[in-house]
Design a protein around this ligand. Structure first.
Ligand SMILES: [Zn+2]
Ligand SMILES: [Zn+2]
Length: 594
């Protein structure tokens, strides 16, 4: 039985979360009221509270404009001034069907109410089907602002009609609302999709398909530097890099269990000559086959097999976004085949240290480790083997403590077959995402009946540690774009220096300077366009090139260049040999700040 007096409670007595939810929910009613006034034919969908405010979905006779948004916002403020009470009332099914006869989405929802408790909320002259959870009156909404219009399928399904969604932000105070707007503004400025376009790093082309990234020369340069660096770093840490095909027979993924658990996320099967092939969604089975291809003894373990592995996952089209959610990706992947749990502990520790080293080089600080645990009560989702879970979780917890890393624990976030450590990052828009995981796996070795010759001469089953370090190239480059706002450290910069001749007669000397830098594999360009020097400097700044080398008569005479630094510094004239040394050292040490 819903509480018909729900809005009559004293707002200040409620916890902040509940208060905010009520304000946001109530604001959605007021938005719908305004919309019905703007367009009486509006068909109302749903309007729930969300993390930063609220939205409402409508089917409308025409597309909304920004002017409409302004009008609606002002109309809502009129309703606020009216201090209209939110009143709940009960309806019989017949009453409700009559009342909402012109509202097909409401009728659909009505048909799904099985318990017979049909209630609506009325404020001013507007009513909406609702289960309650309001503030007392429209004067208590808080600080709000209508933010944007987007398309959304009714109930999130592509089979349903496309509706127009109006988003509003709502907080308790004007300061909180302003802080939220500032955060959105920062996120827009840092958005990897925007910077990726501005700096011509990557492209997404309709003919190629959503989630299929085209790396342009500048973006491909960044990726190539990252790949060379991480491969070398892993080789230093005892990994063996392999290269395996992106295709396998479907049978392999049946054996691994992915076909049963993961089919939805795979591209469809390809058939040729009576065989079925799939694009791989994961690299594990290929690496397992490499392990299987030879007999192994405890002496050669742990065996660390790594690959920049290309994978294909059929992400739902609504979830594909920029480079952070794609369908074809290259993962900095590895599988470590361990003899016994002591070795697993050692290897997980090694992986964590490698991560710390790599993130240090990249200058990433805003991440946390999460120990993702199983849930003993959830026997549907997780393998029912409590001792295995206890042992695995204790092992990972101890390693995290031994390495001295801060971490959170989260129940119900594990893989179905075992616990894992997740590295959690915040994206520019403030969303928390898992960048990579370290997983201890007893399941696939059993599935594939893997073995090695143990110290006592008998046969034993290895344990696999699955791990990434810098995630997929797509996700990592997206993250770095947002982290640096496009101001990459020198070693990753697509263009590391631009030589700017002051007048046309300085072009030959500019080319001479560029050739000296190129001789040391520095990526340098000469800006020989007929623009003024200041315009060329501004362009280089916009392209976020770290060094601008301006050359005129005096510089040519002294085998020098006047060095400007991205962001505004001016180092004055330096001999070219010194500039080469400076840039080389900055690049080779992978320094973060020029
Ligand atoms: Zn309501
Ligand atoms: Zn794996």
């Amino acid at each position: 039985m819903p509480d018909l007096r729900d809005s009559h409670r004293n707002l200040v007595d409620l916890p902040k979360d509940e208060r905010l939810a009520r304000r946001r929910h109530s604001a959605a009613h007021v938005l719908a009221e305004a919309m019905v006034e703007l367009m009486p034919e509006a068909e109302l969908g749903i309007g729930p509270p969300i993390e930063s405010g609220f939205y409402y979905d409508f089917r409308l006779p025409r597309a909304l404009t920004n002017d409409d948004l302004k009008w609606l916002d002002e109309r809502m403020r009129r309703s606020v001034k009216g201090r209209h009470r939110f009143e709940m009332s009960e309806l019989t099914r017949a009453e409700a069907e009559a009342r909402y006869a012109k509202q097909p989405f409401k009728l659909e929802m009505l048909a799904e109410i099985e318990d017979g408790n049909i209630t609506q909320c009325t404020h001013a002259a507007f009513s909406d089907l609702c289960r309650g959870g309001h503030v007392g009156h429209t004067g208590e909404l808080g600080a709000f602002k209508l933010m944007s219009i987007a398309g959304a399928y009714w109930r999130g399904s592509e089979k349903n009609p496309m509706l127009q969604r109006v988003y509003g932000a709502l907080f308790e105070s004007k300061d909180e609302l302003a802080a939220h707007e500032q955060q959105l503004e920062d996120a827009r400025r840092r958005d990897h999709r925007k910077i990726g376009r501005d700096l011509k790093l990557f492209d997404l082309v309709d003919d190629v398909g959503p989630g299929h990234v085209m790396w342009l020369p500048a973006g491909a340069t960044i990726r190539r530097e990252l790949e060379r660096w991480i491969e070398d770093l892993e080789i230093d840490h005892g990994y063996q890099h392999v290269i395996t095909p992106v295709v396998a027979k479907r049978e392999l993924y049946v054996r691994s269990g992915h076909w049963d658990h993961y089919q939805e996320a795979m591209y469809p099967v390809m058939e040729r000559d009576g065989e079925e092939y799939v694009l791989r969604p994961m690299n594990c089975p290929h690496h397992i086959l490499i392990y299987e291809s030879e007999q192994h003894s405890y002496r050669e373990m742990p065996l660390r097999i790594a690959e920049l592995g290309n994978m294909h996952r059929w992400e739902k089209s609504g979830q594909v976004s920029g480079m952070s959610r794609v369908r074809i990706m290259t993962l900095n992947d590895a599988h470590i085949f361990c003899a016994g749990t002591d070795q697993v502990a050692q290897e997980v520790e090694g992986v964590l240290r490698l991560m710390e080293e790599a993130y240090g080089v990249l200058g990433l600080k805003d991440y946390t480790y999460r120990l993702s645990l199983g849930d003993r009560d959830d026997k549907e989702k997780y393998v029912d083997n409590p001792p295995m879970w206890e042992a695995g979780e204790a092992l990972l917890r101890k390693v995290l403590q031994d390495v001295g890393l801060d971490f959170l624990e989260a129940t119900g976030e594990a893989a179905f077959y075992g616990p894992k450590i997740d590295v959690q990052f915040k994206t520019a828009s403030g969303k928390e995402e898992t960048l990579v995981t370290v997983q201890v796996d007893f399941h696939l070795p059993a599935q594939f009946k893997l073995e090695y010759i143990a110290e006592d001469g008998g046969r034993a089953q290895p344990i696999i540690v699955h791990r990434g370090v810098i995630s997929t190239m797509e996700r990592m480059v997206a993250l770095l774009i947002e982290e640096y706002e496009g101001n990459f450290p020198l070693w990753l910069c697509p263009t590391q220096a631009v030589v700017i001749p002051i007048a046309d007669r300085h072009i030959p000397y500019a080319q001479e300077v560029a050739a000296k830098l190129k001789g040391h594999r520095l990526r340098v360009e000469v800006d020989a366009r007929g623009e003024r020097m200041n315009a060329k400097i501004r362009d280089a700044q916009l392209r976020k090139v770290p060094y601008m080398l301006v050359v005129g008569d005096r510089e040519a005479e002294n085998q020098a260049a006047a060095v400007r630094v991205r962001g505004g510094g001016d180092l004055g004239a330096l001999p070219v040999a010194e500039i080469v040394e400076k840039l080389r050292s900055e690049r080779d040490q992978r320094l973060l700040v020029p």
